[in-house]
Design a protein around this ligand. Sequence first.
Ligand code: HEM
Length: 201
Amino acid sequence: MRYPWWRLLLFCSIASVPCYWLYLAAVAALGPDPGKVLVDNLGQGALVLLLCSLAMTPLRSLTGWSGWIVFRRQVGLWAFGYAVLHLVAYLYFLLGFEFGDFAAELVERPYIALGVIALVGLSALALTSTQWSMRKLGKRWKKLHRIVYPALIVVLLHMLWVVRSDVGQWSLYATLAAILLAARLPAVKRALGRLNARRRS
Ligand code: HEM
């Protein structure tokens, strides 16, 4: 396994953030509605990690360092982990585990349905992220993992629906997402490769 200590450090860093938020909630430092803050923080954390995982491939093209790819899977799995915690926090803090209310919310609030769609997409990616799945699915693995692009767009719509008029932070995420999606275009990929070659020579 390459870079085991860096992987461990990354694992501990990402895992410690929700623990810190829980601690802040426990000491009443998250304001009058800590449950809502936890749900929002975990949702934004999931989105940030998703963007980070999508940044790894363009960073490899730009820098030529293959190490980025070593961390891509871990960061992608953490995006899924945060999204699951976001769902659990929502069910617990906002719905009090009333699953009947969840069914009603799905109908009344379309953004909840968008969240579910995005989470189903991320679940498919997480479940097939193993070496075994890669071998078993062969060429189909790459195709399947392209789900991440529509999933990212659905997450952005989900967030936009929540924040509505206050789109400052959303615009930042949407711009980063647009850059990362554009970096997948063949012409941009070639340009990144050329930049890397020029930097090396
Ligand atoms: C079953 C799936 C999901 C459910 C039920 C759900 C539910 C929610 C709810 C209720 C809110 C608004 C909380 C409030 O009132 O402020 C929210 C916000 C948000 N969610 Fe989700 N969500 C789901 C999936 C996801 C996924 C997969 C992501 C990202 C990968 C995500 C990212 C966000 C973001 C970024 C926000 C905005 C947070 C903010 O306003 O700061 N959600 N979600």
